[in-house]
Design a protein around this ligand. Structure first.
Ligand code: M6R
Length: 590
């Protein structure tokens, strides 16, 4: 959460470069944005910061400078106001800080600084760091002061600090990501390597407890605790800059939804050998755990059904934020399969680190190569879905499930069967994405957009599909939606169904069909408006969406229907599906 971009170098319009960098990081947080610049030969820091999305804003009113830094904020401490936006300045406007994370022990330090006479103008934890730096740098050189101050900070943080006295960007990281980009007589810092691609492909991913001192012609890396110098292991990124932006689509989410048939077809053909390789590792493990957050957790849950059904293997499933509290039994023979689009989700990273401390092996399935999770894993698989920009995850989810289909099939020697079923899913998705089907889903959105609650039921693999459907609907259309195992209805939730309540029911062509139908009937008997998502119509459906059968991969096209329904609901409410309120793409706080 929060995007950080910094520049020091030969250009005298660093503020424009930083502003453009922020645009590509805005998915990380869009409560506010801010850019700071030290103008040439002037002993001052000029800052422009504003609440809201960057939109059509510009930094034409900022002076030019060769040292600049910027931030997009996802608010933690302090409301969404201009004052709380980063960068934050010290009392004299000579030190500035931008920050990603939570400075957990800031209150005690702030009280001491207040007693010393420091003037605070925001409600943020970050501002404490600027005044702390002001205080320490009276006695220590600025770079050393950053190290001292960072060592006093508790929590998971990434910071960039600058002073008018030095032409340097000083950064430190513990937890939140920071990547250094090496240029010719210029150097960069960003919280995501993809933002650096237009400028350089030579990078170093700062590790926890490392700090970096960037001048235009030199980068020094130190251990933040010991000040020992570290020779950075530079990497050359072989990523390409994503071309074309949104293309013909109004929003990234829709573009990403439509990319899915091609992505799944690519995974079916390119992912098989990797799946066979990884199946060996799973076979050797004694105890396998699938761990993810949000949408990725539903892919993990789907994985547990796939492994059971196809590979006759018990794998445990856990939510990333909870796994850390229930892993005391892990040992060197355990395998944790950590699934994450970004590879930066703090809840996953924290629990995976705990698992590593118990000597468990980590196999990650991530979309972002070079991400923190990718780097700390023993075995790595890439989702290969291409950069996902919309906050609501779509193609990463179906990509995760596709790899799990291949893995589960590989475990019983049937990778070809997995490939075949994925290709069936591709055909089924194409049907869901055809003009007639889109029209039907949009019409359905029109019928339920005014409702306050939506209930979604499924069994077996359609249970994670139900959870994912509810998450998609609530996160972008802000309509309350609840996903349920159909069997649970009668244990309580049925009490909520009344005349006209939209009840989405997944009825794939598998062993769950009959029991799911019974659930739909129970809801209908209470007046529910039954939306059947199935390979065939049924008289009890008030509305029917056709999803052609794709065997065990049917969950993939089922979820595409859910993505489209959520998207059309959002359109009808005039909301932005790419940047829903209160959320961010990469969740790097606990
Ligand atoms: O990057 P990750 O896959 O680890 O992200 C996990 C969740 O934060 C993410 O799936 C979130 O739930 C999405 N907004 C769902 O659309």
């Amino acid at each position: 959460m929060c995007g950080i971009f910094g520049y020091v170098g030969k250009r005298n319009d660093g503020q424009k470069l930083v502003f453009n960098g922020l645009k590509s990081l805005e998915y990380r947080g869009y409560d506010s944005w801010g850019v700071g610049v030290i103008p040439e030969k002037k002993n001052t820091i000029v800052v422009k910061k504003k609440t809201g999305k960057i939109g059509n804003a510009n930094v034409n009113d900022l002076p030019g400078g060769s040292l600049s830094f910027g931030h997009t904020r996802w608010a933690t401490h302090g409301g969404v106001t201009d004052q709380n936006a980063h960068p934050h300045l010290d009392c004299n406007g000579e030190i500035a800080v931008i920050h990603n994370g939570i400075f957990e022990n800031y209150e005690g330090i702030k009280q001491k600084l207040l007693k010393k006479g420091h003037k605070f103008v925001s409600e943020t934890d970050t501002e404490t760091l600027t005044h702390l730096l002001e205080d320490i740098s009276k006695k220590e050189p600025f770079t050393e002061a950053v190290r001292t101050a960072f060592n006093q900070m508790e929590g998971l943080n990434a910071v960039i600090a600058v002073s008018t006295k030095e032409n340097l960007l000083v950064a430190a990281r513990n937890g939140s990501p920071l990547v250094i980009g090496f240029g010719k007589n210029e150097n960069f810092l960003a919280s995501d390597a993809s933002a650096l691609l237009p400028y350089t492909k030579e990078v170093y991913f700062l590790e926890d407890n490392e700090m970096a001192i960037l001048a235009s012609d030199k980068v020094t890396i130190l251990n933040v605790k010991t000040a020992r110098k570290i020779i950075p292991d530079r990497r050359k990124l072989d990523w390409r800059v994503e071309q074309g932006g949104k293309g013909k689509y109004e929003f990234y989410m829709l573009k990403e939804i439509f990319e899915q048939p091609q992505i799944i077809a690519d995974i079916a053909s390119l992912g098989a050998s990797q799946a066979k390789e990884m199946a060996k590792i799973i076979r050797e493990a004694r105890g396998t755990y699938l761990v993810g957050c949000g949408t990725a957790s539903y892919a993990c849950l789907a994985g547990s059904y796939l492994f059971s059904k196809l590979a006759k293997r018990h794998v445990n499933f856990a939510i990333g934020s909870e796994f850390g509290y229930s892993l005391d039994f892990l040992n060197k023979d355990s395998l944790v399969i950590a699934i994450s689009q970004s590879g930066e989700t703090m809840d996953i990273l924290e629990s995976v680190k705990k698992a590593k401390n118990r000597d468990a092996k980590i196999l990650s399935l991530v979309n972002v190569p070079g991400s923190s999770l990718y780097r700390l894993s023993d075995h790595k698989m890439l989702i290969m879905a291409g950069q996902e920009k919309a906050v609501a995850s779509t193609k990463a989810f179906t990509g995760m499930v596709a790899h799990l289909v291949l893995l589960a099939n590989s475990l019983n020697g049937g990778v070809r069967k997995g490939q075949k079923s994925l290709m069936q899913a591709v055909g089924s998705m194409k049907h869901v994405l055809s003009p007639g089907s889109l029209k039907k889903i949009d019409k359905l959105a029109g019928l339920i957009v005014g409702k306050k609650h939506v209930y979604v039921i499924g069994r077996g693999l359609s249970y994670p599909a139900s959870l994912e459907t509810a998450l998609k609907i609530k996160e972008i259309s802000y309509i309350h939606a609840e996903g349920l195992a159909a069997g649970e209805l009668k244990h309580g939730p049925l009490a909520l169904i009344e005349k006209g309540t939209p009840c989405i029911s997944f009825l794939p062509n598998d062993e769950t069909y009959g029991a799911n139908l019974a659930g739909a009937m129970e809801m209908r008997a209470r007046g529910g408006f039954i939306i059947g998502i199935s390979h065939k119509p049924h008289e009890i459906f008030d509305y029917y969406i056709n999803v052609p059968d794709a065997g065990e991969s049917t969950i993939i096209p089922e979820v595409v229907v859910a993505q489209l329904l959520a998207y059309y609901l959002t359109m009808r409410k005039g909301l932005d599906p790419d940047k829903p309120r209160n959320l961010a793409k990469s969740v790097t706080v606990k």
